[in-house]
Each structure stands twice: as structure tokens, then as C-alpha cells.
Design a protein around this ligand. Sequence first.
Ligand code: ADP
Ligand code: MG
Length: 213
Amino acid sequence: MSDATSFARLPLADALLTNLDALGYHSMTPIQAQSLPPMLDGRDVIGRGKTGSGKTAAFGLGLLSRLDLARLDVQGLVLCPTRELADQVAGELRRLARALPNVKVLTLCGGAPFGPQRGSLEHGAHLIVGTPGRVEEHLRKGTLSLNSLSTLVLDEADRMLDMGFKDALEAIIGETPEDRQTLLFSATYTDAIRPIAEALMREPVTVEVESTH
Ligand code: ADP
Ligand code: MG
């Protein structure tokens, strides 16, 4: 296919493209079509689109395309407001990653015991999906390092701020390399997000989508 919404026009590995087709993702949603080209160019992206617009696969493909599978270290971190959302995002990342050999996705959320998470971290992970409080706790206790992080994703950034995660977010961001790529997704772009986004992102490309299709 050569039409404007075909995933095949993106510089993605053939294995990822074949798997998208197998998942029934035959064309990009509007937010995917607008955010993926700058994301795959390494740009910072602010994406605004309502629930169901396909934001997870947008940043998921961005994360997977940057992975160096020769290394087993934390290269991507997705922060989500709730454990339920983190589980959904991790599930989608695992489906998208099926095409690639042995991508390790780990969830780190509050409400689950700390010890097993520490054990899983010792075995290594490429991508972490978690809630800010628990991720910050792992950083504070030295059980997680973000020194190799290449991409940071804030999913539902507006809700994370509403839920009082501002301090945890700032503490986490302070532990990430300055040359990282930052992707911020939100249903709304509020006055609370603006100063954080400005401090966090370098010349971001802003993508806004009203409808799902
Ligand atoms: P959002 O995070 O924007 O609320 P999701 O990422 O949860 O949206 O996606 C909503 C639904 O759309 C999911 O069930 C997902 O599998 C599906 N989806 C995402 N991208 C595509 C696509 N390109 N083609 C078909 N379905 C898609
Ligand atoms: Mg979402």
C-alpha cells in the first residue's frame, strides 16, 4: 500500500510492519499518522487526542523502533497515572513487540509487592511501564537506573498531574539523561502541563487530533 495512512510509508522494520498487519492495524489512526514521522526522526512530540485515538501504538512504535536489542538495559520508560492503564500499555507494547526477538517489558506499579519487582529488575528489562510513585521509589532505593534511557513517555500527563504526581515526575525526570527523547500524550493540554512540558522538552512538535478516525 502506498496511501498516506499506510504504516508501510514509515521507516519501520519489516517484522514490525508484518506484525501490525497481523494485529489488524491496516492503517494509521490520525494521531499515529501525525506523530510517528517526527517521533521516528527523534523529535520530542506533544500529542493530544481523546481516548481511543490510538496513542499507545503511536508511542509504542516510537519506543520499539529505537530499541537496541544487543543491550539488556532500560531504554524506554512509560509513566501512566494508574496501575490499570500501565497494564493496558504493557499489554499493547508486548503485542507490538511480538515481531522482535525477546523484548522485555516490565511493569512497576504501586499496590504490588516491591521485592518481586526488584528481582525482575535484576534480570533486566528494555522497557518499563509504571506509575510515578513506584518508579520513583525504585530510583530512590537504587533498584532501577535510568542512565541508559533513550525515550521517556508521559502518558495521560494531565491525569498524572491531577492525581498529584508532579513531585514524583520531577524526581524521575531528574534521573534521566538530558539527551533523551521525550513524548508527552494527554487528552487535554492544560495550564498545569505547559510549564512542565516547557522545562522537559526540546523544540517539541505538537500534534492535535479531534476525532478517532
Ligand atoms: P488511546 O490511548 O488514545 O486512548 P489506545 O492506544 O488505547 O487509545 O487505542 C484504542 C484502541 O484502538 C485499542 O484497542 C487499539 O488496539 C486500537 N488501535 C490502535 N491503533 C490502531 C490502528 N492503527 N488500527 C486499528 N486499531 C488500532
Ligand atoms: Mg491511552
